[in-house]
Design a protein around this ligand. Sequence first.
Ligand code: ACO
Length: 446
Amino acid sequence: MVIKNITEDITPSNDWELYSLSETSRRVRMSEVGANIGPQGVDMRSLYRQAGVFSYDPGFANTASCESDITYIDGEKGVLLHRGYSIEQLCETASFPEVAWLLSHGELPTADEKAQFEKGLMREAHLHEQIRNFFNGFRRDSHPMAMLCGTLAGLSSFYGNQGADQRHKITPEEREESTLRLVAKMPTLAAWVYRYSRGLPLIYPRPGLSYAENCLHMLFSMPEAPWEVNPVLAKAFDKILMLHADHGQNVSTATVRMVGSTGVNPFVCIAAGVAALWGPAHGGANEAVLDMLDEIGTPENIPAFMKRVRNKEDKTRLMGFGHRVYKNCDPRAKLMRNICYEVLNELGIKHDPRLELALKLEETALNNGYFISRRLYPNVDFYSGIILRAMGIPSSMFTVFFAVARTAGWVAQWKEMLESKVGISRPRALYTGPAFRDVPEKEKQS
Ligand code: ACO
């Protein structure tokens, strides 16, 4: 197949022509679909109808599954924009709740909208008391992501069973309400998952604290000793949440959109996103980075580790390196590195052996032919684990807080998907199994 812009040989136009080089040559005309910045797309929707063939793109690396106004990524230049604002500027000037609002509403909130939103987040941060009972069904040593995923899906039975009734379409008001509730309740659920796994008393959200402060308060407070607000750590945590808030059509977001396209309620859509995020190739990588650093131990062991990474048979990867889209740098990784220094400085940690090992590992990889030729750079997860561990958050909770942050993006993407009225997602497969055949006759029983 050859695909070419027909501008080259016909009249100027935005149409593209796809034709087969085979004897039964078929010509299919498809229009270009415009992106505001970045590469344009070719609308393939009529391909099957016109030519009886469909596009084959396993992993969807070359396929736009939707139009979106939310997040733009330029993987070659290391650019990440939310609604047009660079992640660097947002990180400098905005808070996580402001970015959550921006993702869902398209603009940064006014002072009044911000105040109302923060008030709503506080009001909705509480969980129905019966939800405490959910936890008793889990083993205390369950992975926190298993508990988060299960309890989150269970919230749908408390907060509006939208989508359960086939005839009920989720209304715009319900969308707003669910968006607020999900962003608000995730920290409480996340903290309770942790408290349950440690056998600690569950702590309620405290009015007057910011979103990030409440996350830390619910994790670390004890009834007799409330967590003392540390503005530097709270700000760092807020930025970490912001850096994870949205990232285009990654696997968990695409999952949320896909599940949501069935019309099911948003709590289970987000639970599906949490399941997708758990994988070590996605959100589970920050936990895996620390496991890897612990396994390497000291800088002398780096060469032996690198040898294993280069050996395909070994299947070892340098966790926190590489990205499906970023091929030059992940802008979030740079910001995360700065936050890492801020936090360690605040905590008075002059020499963190793990950070020193990570820096050495990064330097070694960036100068290594294997990584250079494959364009592998540190991603957002390379430093986040070091920061969270230094703040006293156990590694099994890293992905849980990634999910708390990403909920802001998931709900925005879910809302946008519903508003686009595209309908149910349904990819197809290039069938490679047996062609028609008869079911063998069963052996006769004597
Ligand atoms: N360590 C060693 N080799 C790697 C790594 C890595 N971290 N990442 C990719 N490669 C190699 C592959 O083995 C492959 O080599 P080959 O061409 O010789 O076969 C080549 O680079 C391309 O790898 P792919 O897996 O095809 O690259 P892709 O872009 O699909 O993968 C991914 C992206 C999954 C993130 C990958 O880089 C990876 O597994 N990284 C480690 C896990 C990680 O940090 N994930 C977090 C991603 S960010 C996020 O989800 C928030």
